[in-house]
Design a protein around this ligand. Structure first.
Ligand code: 13P
Length: 260
């Protein structure tokens, strides 16, 4: 059974104490109703994972990382391994975020290694896919997303797909205040489902949690989260304010059905 997921990607924001405060504020404002009806995830920067883990301990709110390096250990200055993330309480790892693809030149092959390592280490990957503005305008976005999925999921069996989350994040909607319309997002989520059905089977596609990211805020959350095929959200800017993030969490909890 698919469960809704509302995740906050704090990106490179907030120091140690501010992270602790935000996590505590979010926990204080999150009730049983929300925790019973959906998964709530916080993805702070690496240095704050430990303190956020402590702040959300026993609350039911989950912890995730924004990235990892796919090697086990060794001479990789500045990198963080999957087992390190696991040891600090992470259950999810974001891979293939467009900021990593564009600024840090991560390829689909790199993303695939990260997704595989995340699963191998007993955590759940959130594989981000999405097109740039030019790719949408040129109407080649479906091909781009299909390639990101096919190459990003290479070697992952239908059984292992049970722990995978896909985030559709159109690059043109990230941090721009310009969200995809519910129709645009629904259409791409449906397309992602079809690609997964072709790569795997109908059941895997039906069980797959597909969340949307890109300028989700308190004003547009309800219509986006009510749209067909949208199982939750990956939130950047609005996840840095406890009131806004928990408002979106409560909005999601009040939407009864998950529809494909
Ligand atoms: P914004 O919500 O700030 O647009 O960021 C979305 C995002 O990139 C989440 O991963």
């Amino acid at each position: 059974m698919r469960r809704k997921l509302i995740a906050g990607n704090w990106k490179m924001n907030l120091g140690y104490r501010d992270s602790e405060k935000l996590a505590k504020d979010i926990s204080a404002k999150t009730g049983k109703k929300e925790l019973d009806s959906l998964d709530i995830l916080l993805c702070p920067p690496y240095v704050s994972l430990g303190i956020v883990n402590k702040a959300i301990k026993d609350t039911g709110i989950k912890l995730g990382a924004q990235n990892l390096f796919f090697e086990n250990d060794g001479a990789y200055t500045g990198e963080i391994s999957a087992s390190m993330l696991k040891s600090v309480g992470c259950e999810y790892v974001i891979s293939g975020h467009s900021e990593r693809r564009t600024i840090f030149h991560e390829t689909n092959a790199d993303v695939n290694k990260k997704v595989r390592k995340t699963i191998e280490s007993g955590m759940k990957p959130i594989l981000c896919v999405g097109e740039s503005l030019i790719e949408r305008e040129d109407d080649i976005f479906e091909g781009i997303i299909e390639k990101q999925l096919t190459e990003g999921l290479e070697g992952i069996t239908a059984e292992l797909m049970k722990g995978v989350v896909i985030a559709y994040e159109p690059v043109w909607a990230i941090g721009t205040g310009l969200n995809a319309t519910p129709e645009q997002a629904s259409s791409v989520h449906g397309f992602i489902g079809n690609v997964i059905q072709n790569l795997y089977d109908k059941n895997t596609a039906e069980e797959l949690v597909i969340i949307y990211g890109g300028s989700v805020n308190t004003k547009n959350a309800e219509e986006i989260l009510s749209a067909c095929g949208i199982d939750g959200a990956l939130i950047g800017g609005a996840s840095l304010k406890a009131d806004d993030f928990t408002y979106i969490v409560k909005t999601a909890a009040n939407i009864k059905q998950l529809v494909k």
